[in-house]
Design a binder for this molecule. Structure first.
Ligand SMILES: Nc1ncnc2c1ncn2[C@@H]1O[C@H](COP(=O)(O)OP(=O)(O)OP(=O)(O)O)[C@@H](O)[C@H]1O
Length: 289
């Protein structure tokens, strides 16, 4: 069977199986544009083959949008976990609570995102997984390898993951406060580098997001993005300067105010280094007269 047929067949069965139980997760909105040929199809194939996916890319490169688009493609609700040093087993698995029923006090277990996603065959999106304390994540080892199961330490339940259960994790490598993923965890994922969008797909994104923006403004933003990209490669700008999030913010503002001010607020002022701020504004000045 061709890769495409395999993906479409899985999409159809996953859509049919989508549960309507009362749960907190929603199906994401699509709209991710692939910066590389094959990336989107390779990601979908990895989901179909029940691989855990690790997205590695700088801030604002569309990792969350990508996970939401996979959720949309397969019509699978998505649970999100934002990792921090405070993340603990309860935030992942759930917690016990007291409930009053018919005048009696009982102990109930409120299921957390990992348990819900495993039980109902949803997507589990673990954002900034390298922000979590390394001792918290081994809870997930049996979930993330061929066993696809978990013994819930709070209830003793042995839970085997639904066939459609999918894990997507994201990291911004080298960020302050992050620790390198330990080998045992990294080994359980297949990794995809997610670069910033450039060129024609970026133009399409601008036009889609801001259909009323003037072609001239869009052209200017594209030139600026290309120039910043070159300076990133030259080592004169930090990678995040060319963030798609910032470029979109600047484009939105620039429809209402002087584009130079928009670029200053949305891009330049976010950079820590004064020389980087100046460089961005110099580049902007070459395109905006
Ligand atoms: N390739 C892309 N296709 C569509 N939208 C994109 C793409 N790249 C970035 N965006 C847009 O840029 C904004 C930021 O994207 P998103 O939040 O997904 O980035 P992220 O990589 O998850 O960032 P962070 O690491 O800071 O959480 C969103 O509005 C998103 O729609």
């Amino acid at each position: 069977m061709s890769t495409q047929s395999l993906i479409l067949q899985s999409q159809s069965t996953r859509k049919q199986r989508t549960h309507s139980e009362d749960h907190s997760a929603l199906i994401g909105r699509g709209g991710y544009m692939s910066p590389l040929p094959h990336l989107w199809e390779d990601l979908l194939l990895s989901v179909v083959l029940q691989k855990n996916i690790l997205l590695k890319g700088p801030s604002g490169s569309g990792k969350t949008k990508l996970a939401e688009s996979i959720s949309s493609f397969f019509a699978q609700p998505m649970h999100s976990i934002n990792c921090s040093v405070d993340l603990d087993a309860e935030a992942l698995l759930g917690f016990k609570t007291l409930v009053q029923e018919n005048g009696q006090t009982n102990i109930d277990f409120v299921e957390g995102p990992v348990i819900q996603a495993m039980r109902y065959g949803h997507i589990l999106y673990i954002d900034e997984i390298n922000m979590a304390k390394p001792e918290t994540l081994p809870i997930l080892h049996s979930v993330l390898d061929h066993r696809r199961m978990l013994t819930n330490p709070f209830t003793g339940e042995v839970l085997h993951a639904h066939n459609d259960f999918t894990v997507i994790a994201a990291i911004n490598e080298g960020y302050i406060g992050t620790s390198p993923l330990n080998e045992a965890l990294k080994n359980r994922f297949i990794s995809f580098a997610i670069p910033y969008l450039t060129g024609e797909p970026l133009r399409e994104l601008f036009v889609r997001e801001y259909p009323k923006a003037s072609p001239n403004l869009i052209k200017t933003m594209l030139h600026l993005s290309e120039d910043m990209f070159i300076q990133v490669q030259n080592g004169l700008l930090s990678e995040e300067a060319a963030s798609i999030r910032s470029l979109l913010d600047a484009t939105e503002l620039a429809q209402h105010i002087d584009p130079l001010r928009a670029i200053r607020y949305a891009i330049a002022e976010k950079l820590d280094d004064e020389s980087e701020k100046e460089l961005v504004m110099e580049l902007a000045n070459t395109w905006i007269k």
